[in-house]
Write a protein that binds this ligand. Structure first.
Ligand SMILES: O=C(CO)[C@@H](O)[C@H](O)CF
Length: 512
């Protein structure tokens, strides 16, 4: 009988906050949700060795489970966007000479000039943002150049802060990686380049020409281009896996590493709502429309196209807080509250931002009754629905502000932890008036990265990504709009938008 052909596969990795914590609970006691929120309430960092140790643990668990690493043809991955890693002078030599007898974290401990690295939740670089915008001619000019106005979490501004406040560490840094290219470097055993798509989240890359902007680099820090290295297309094969993994785990020597990218671009579909620590809306665009809100990134699988992203910082952590305060710390009670309240919540609208929100820049909890009067509280079930309806109405209003329109063919792919909750997805379908699909894994960044590894292996830009994923399992329909939903929310959305503007004007002062 003919022997069956050996199984072959591609691996996808996700270096996000939540995933890393899942692997190394010991960091959950040393950090809060995988991050350190500093005393200023604005600076937020993560220990770089947390990610290194997480990789050690995952690989050891896979080895112990009997996973056959020899079947892996290629791998790629995703990292939380904007975070930055600072490799100490000489670190590349350590990467190139890893001993297969030891775990990574024991060999890389002295390789970082900054041990606690800035991550996407940081909002401490407002001064650096203003300096950068002034250097290139203003916020809109920066948005047209790099796809975004200056944002505190964007890497260029974080690098500028480190150069200004810790010049010694900056001068001892031979390479600066994003979380995505840092993760790829671990597999390569040398520095991996930054890809165009995740590089679009730095306020440093010209998204049309796909080269570093000299004006932006010069404004942030000296000798920055040599520390970043040249950016590459996101579907590039950046090299073969390091011999460390061949000898320690049995990966084949020819296993290819395809450039890692940001967690949001990792799964490039036409309309994705990621309900994670932060909530993000990710839209496929053929023409960039840089504005003062949201972000335009280079498309990770089609170099002619782009992706628009809206990030909402008060995501799952906010939902967990409301669950704890109004649903007895229970998701089933949370769901019952949604089931027991009507679409439109009787006209009660809420805005819930326990940390400074990105879209738009508001902080605090703001509630309004059906007469648009501020109230201090709602009944528990009404609070739950007000949170979820508010989060999704905000997403629709700001997506339409970027020019996106919900069409009859619109299909929403929901990913992230909260995509497991069917009642939350029902509200999403009702507010957008479109069907919501889910993938049978909440680890969409991993799945997307595995498909991107296939894409890179198959020839990258010469092969349409749609060709690579056409045999992929279709997402599963999870919710369709309730009868009458469009009438309810078409009436509520303008009111919600007006109230959001009212809060903004009260907190930011009247528009100039
Ligand atoms: O800041 C963000 C996008 O701009 C977040 O979605 C991070 O990528 C989450 F890790």
């Amino acid at each position: 009988m003919a022997e069956s052909a050996p199984r072959r596969c591609c691996l996808g990795w996700d270096f996000s906050t939540q995933q890393a914590l899942a692997c190394i609970p010991c960091f959950s006691c040393r950090t809060r949700g995988g991050v350190h929120v500093h005393k200023d309430g604005l600076t937020v960092t993560s220990p770089v060795l947390m990610w290194v140790q997480a990789l050690d643990i995952i690989l050891e668990k896979m080895k112990a489970s009997g996973f056959d690493f020899s079947q892996v043809l290629a791998l790629s991955g995703a990292g939380q966007q904007h975070g930055s890693i600072y490799w100490q002078a000489g670190a590349q030599q350590a990467l190139r000479s890893l001993s297969p007898d030891l775990p990574l974290h024991q060999q890389l401990q002295a390789c970082f000039s900054i041990s606690d690295c800035p991550v996407w939740m940081d909002s401490s670089t407002t001064a650096q943002c203003r300096q950068l915008e002034a250097a290139v001619g203003g916020a809109q000019a920066l948005s047209c150049l790099t796809g975004s106005r200056a944002y505190e979490r964007f890497t260029g501004n974080q690098i500028a802060k480190i150069y200004q406040q810790n010049p010694k560490a900056y001068s001892h840094t031979e390479r600066i990686s994003l979380v995505s290219s840092f993760a790829a470097s671990l597999f390569l055993g040398s520095y991996s380049p930054i890809d165009y798509s995740d590089g679009s989240g730095m306020n440093l890359l010209q998204i049309q020409d796909k080269v570093w902007s000299q004006a932006c680099l010069g404004s942030c820090a000296p000798h920055l281009e040599e520390k970043l290295g040249p950016p590459v297309p996101s579907c590039s094969v950046v090299g073969a896996i390091s011999s460390y993994y061949v000898q320690r785990y049995g990966f084949p020597p020819g296993c290819k590493v395809v450039a890692f990218t940001g967690d949001n671009p990792a799964l490039p579909v036409s309309f994705q709502v990621s309900l994670g620590t932060s909530d993000t809306l990710f839209l496929w665009l053929q023409e960039p429309m840089p504005t003062l809100e949201g972000h335009i990134f280079c498309n990770p699988v089609d170099p002619q196209h782009y992706m628009a992203l809206l990030c909402f910082k008060n995501g799952s952590l906010m939902r967990e807080k409301i669950r704890d305060e109004f649903a007895s710390c229970s998701w089933s009670e949370f769901s019952k509250a949604l089931q027991s309240t009507e679409m439109g919540n009787g006209g009660n609208l809420g805005f819930y931002f326990d940390v400074m929100e990105i879209t738009p820049e508001i902080i605090g909890r703001h509630r309004f009754n059906t007469e648009n009067h501020k109230v201090s509280a709602f009944p528990g079930d009404v609070e739950v629905r007000a949170l979820i309806e508010g989060q999704f109405m905000a997403k629709r209003i700001h997506a339409e502000g970027l020019g996106y329109r919900v069409m009859s063919k619109t299909k929403i792919l929901a990913t992230g932890g909260a995509s497991h909750n069917r009642d939350i997805l029902q509200v999403l379908a009702d507010v957008f008036g479109a069907p919501v699909y889910v993938m049978d894994t909440a680890n969409s960044a991993c799945v997307g990265s595995a498909y991107r590894a296939f894409h890179g292996l198959a020839g990258g830009t010469d092969v349409p990504f749609s060709e690579v994923v056409k045999l992929a399992p279709n997402p599963r329909l999870a919710a369709t709009p309730s009868p009458g939903a469009s009438q309810v929310y078409e009436a509520l959305l303008p009111q919600f938008a007006k109230l959001e503007q009212r809060i903004l004007s009260q907190t930011q002062g009247p528009p100039e």
